[in-house]
Design a protein around this ligand. Structure first.
Ligand code: DHB
Ligand code: MG
Length: 222
């Protein structure tokens, strides 16, 4: 039997990525640029990037909102999926990250369909009100603000908007009642909101792989 260790989760994830995702110069260059800039290597795994790409295409999303650009890896995956004439608006709090992401997104050839808005989500999201609704929202930023971002996802979406929330497993800490980790508390509050807020119908899947034991929540704005 293969033991369920982090190393083996990674090996299996590598196999899935090799088998189903393959290699892509622009995406790998974006990761290299992120690493060279000293940014944290917390982008979505290749299999998850591909999942975002498929979700955008399956839902027919043309307008995508991302909270948390980091180095633009997930942004590129989604920008490819919205197609020509589609748009990805992505919010990044760190100007240095945004600059790295902009270069990688341009190098990937999708700069014309991506708007990077630099600032805190709490400040930038209200500026998007009154525009065309977003069809898909990917939340992958500071976990402490998950409920705020989910509220804005509902407000800036429409019935039928798909909402994806990253990192909902957190090594199982979501069921540690003694946790005082603000990221864990924010994650749990986000999940509670997805369960209780009548604007959402949601589920979540735990994952193991490249990023350890984690998970992703998926919601529909109803
Ligand atoms: C963290 C954030 C992420 O978005 C992620 O995918 C993994 C870890 C973090 O802040 O710990
Ligand atoms: Mg994440």
């Amino acid at each position: 039997m293969v033991e369920p260790t982090l190393e083996n989760w990674r090996a299996a994830d590598d196999f899935l990525a090799e088998t189903l995702v393959g290699h892509d110069r622009a995406l790998e260059a974006a990761l290299a640029a992120q690493r060279e800039a000293g940014m944290p290597e917390i982008e979505v795994a290749p299999v998850a990037g591909k999942l975002l790409n498929l979700l955008v295409r399956m839902s027919g999303a043309r307008r995508v909102l991302e909270v948390g650009t980091l180095g633009g890896y997930s942004t590129i995956w989604m920008a490819r999926a919205v197609g020509e004439g589609g748009r990805v608006v992505t919010i990044e709090a760190e100007p240095d990250n945004a600059a790295v992401a902009q270069r990688s997104i341009d190098a990937a050839g999708v700069g014309d369909r991506v708007d990077i808005l630099v600032g805190r989500g709490a400040d930038v999201l209200p500026t998007l009100e009154g525009k065309e609704p977003f069809d898909l929202v990917f939340i992958d930023a500071d976990k402490e603000s998950n409920t705020l971002y989910l509220d804005w996802a509902a407000r800036l979406g429409r019935p039928g908007t798909v909402v994806v929330l990253d990192n909902v497993g957190r090594d199982g800490e979501i069921v540690n009642p003694g946790s005082t980790d603000s990221k864990v508390l924010g994650t749990r509050e986000g999940l509670r909101m997805l369960g209780e807020d009548p604007r959402f119908d949601a589920t979540a899947l735990q994952t193991v792989g490249l990023k350890g034991w984690d998970g992703t929540a998926i919601a529909l704005v109803v």
